[in-house]
Design a protein around this ligand. Structure first.
Ligand code: C2G
Length: 139
């Protein structure tokens, strides 16, 4: 019986932390479907992604661990998604530990350790320093 794993995220400026999560999620089953936060939902999460939804979707769909990508529009859609995709396991990084335990009524809930020392926020911060230094050199 093919096991489906489901996870959600913004996945902006993809890095090894995202890849580790997606790979380990996929390895818990036979198929991985990903709810990708829409640009509008990101605003609701107080996260502005540099790359828009279409761009982030194209990147995710090119990853061998990802079988399908669908839009995440709100916090309330997870139960419907779990039913729609027949998900057996819901996976998130452990920064979300406990937040989605209510889904255990519908499928297994599993939190995976985050990959340390890397985040999109940190990458953006480093980028802004590089850009500022370059601007200073030119002026
Ligand atoms: N992640 C990780 N290690 C990192 C960075 C991220 O394991 N260094 C994981 C996060 O724990 C999450 C996934 O990668 O499970 C996607 O991270 P984000 O794109 O930051 O997603 P987030 O904003 O947490 O959105 O409804 C749930 C939300 O959409 C989750």
């Amino acid at each position: 019986m093919k096991k489906t794993v489901i996870t959600y995220g913004t996945f902006d400026i993809l890095h090894v932390g995202h890849i580790n999560l997606l790979r380990r999620a996929r390895e818990l089953g036979d198929r991985l479907v990903v709810g990708l936060s829409s640009d509008e939902f990101n605003q609701g999460k107080h996260k502005s992604s540099l790359l828009n939804y279409e761009n982030r979707k194209a990147v995710l769909e090119s990853i061998r661990w990802v079988d399908e990508v669908f839009p995440e529009h709100n916090w309330e859609q997870k139960i419907g998604d779990i039913k729609k995709y027949g998900a057996d396991i819901f996976v998130m990084g452990h920064d979300w530990e406990g937040k989605f335990d209510f889904l255990s009524e519908f499928c297994r809930v599993h939190y995976l350790p985050r990959t340390e020392d890397i985040s999109t926020t940190e990458i953006k911060r480093s980028l802004s320093v590089v850009v500022k230094d370059a601007a200073n050199e030119r002026s």
